[in-house]
Design a protein around this ligand. Structure first.
Ligand code: NAD
Length: 287
């Protein structure tokens, strides 16, 4: 069976070209979207993510402001910075790179970000809006996946969608977006019994597990669309997905590669959300 390769790198590139034009038009009216990126501590993976987010911003003309705080930053200091950024008109989006050091309360930090600047869509206000189907910002990874599916002209309505993973940043919002797009949704997790047989019912299978190539052809129905969210590192340092691509590719109708599938879409959606935030905040200057 031949399959469609859902090329996130290509779509993200096209989206960025469009966004660049949009941002140029905004800049011509004196409005430049701004994203504040806060990083606490010295986690090397977080540093890589922050650098790529800053590079993405530069590519489309969004201004990025980095706040790199030391590991020993107190909660009061971090919350104080968020308060300042909430009030700063040059900042349209605020992102605190997770994870933050253990002595800081992640939930409290997320709640402190103004929902209007919460471009990651992790604040409970935005989670609630997503739940009732009126999101201001949709979380970047699931929103990027929906864009990728739509861009390929694939149908979601009426399909059986199985999401593996129930995290707040991927699994749960993914299930919600699929539901809002009229899929029939099942959420699986580490305690699900007989994962294989549940997955085999899926017309659309989304793997957001964090386990290298757990999903083999035995989990996949003939003709399914398979979305691999996983970004794992083997002990040798190789980047792997949650899906064994080579094993399932002959069975699927469409599949995302790792790398080059969901990852670039997640990054593109952060830019989409930042531009959206700016349009909201500065509507009077842009009309
Ligand atoms: P998480 O650890 O918060 O959640 C993993 C989920 O998988 C849990 O809900 C758990 O119940 C489930 N799970 C674990 N083992 C399982 C098993 N054997 N069978 C069934 N379910 C099982 O992870 P997360 O933050 O949701 O991320 C998941 C993966 O996606 C990771 O590899 C992460 O790096 C990746 N990720 C990628 C992007 C991207 O842009 N590509 C973005 C976010 C996360």
């Amino acid at each position: 069976m031949s399959y469609i390769l859902l090329d996130g790198k290509d779509l993200a590139g096209r989206m960025k070209a469009e966004m660049r034009e949009k941002v140029e038009n905004m800049a011509a009216k004196g409005v430049v979207p701004g994203l504040a990126v806060v990083i606490v501590g010295n986690d090397p993976a977080s540093r890589v993510y922050v650098n790529s987010k800053k590079k993405d911003c530069a590519e489309v003309g969004i201004r990025s402001f980095e706040y790199a705080l030391p590991e020993e930053t107190t909660e009061e200091q971090l919350l104080g910075l968020i308060d300042t950024l909430n009030e700063d008109d040059s900042v349209d989006g605020i992102l605190v790179q997770l994870p933050i050091p253990k002595h800081l309360d992640e939930a409290k930090v997320i709640r402190r970000i103004s929902p209007k600047k919460d471009v990651d869509a992790f604040h409970p206000y935005n989670v609630g809006e997503l739940m009732i189907g009126t999101p201001i910002f949709a979380p970047c990874t699931p929103a990027g996946i929906m864009e990728l599916i739509k861009d390929a002209g694939l149908e979601v309505a009426g399909k059986n969608c199985v999401v593996i993973g129930r995290s707040n940043i991927v699994g749960k919002p993914m299930a919600m977006l699929m539901l809002h797009n009229n899929a029939t949704v099942t959420i699986c997790h580490s305690k699900t019994k007989d994962l294989k047989s549940v997955c085999k019912q899926a017309d659309i299978l989304v793997a957001a597990i964090g386990k290298t190539e757990l999903i083999t052809s035995e989990y996949v129905k003939e003709g399914a669309i398979v979305i691999d969210v996983g970004m794992n590192r083997t002990p040798e340092g190789r980047l792997t997905g949650d899906v064994n691509f080579e094993d399932v590719k002959e069975k699927v109708s469409a599949i995302t590669p790792v790398p080059g599938g969901v990852g670039p879409m997640t990054r593109a959606m952060l830019l989409v959300n930042t531009i959206k935030a700016c349009n909201m905040h500065k509507a009077n200057m842009l009309s």
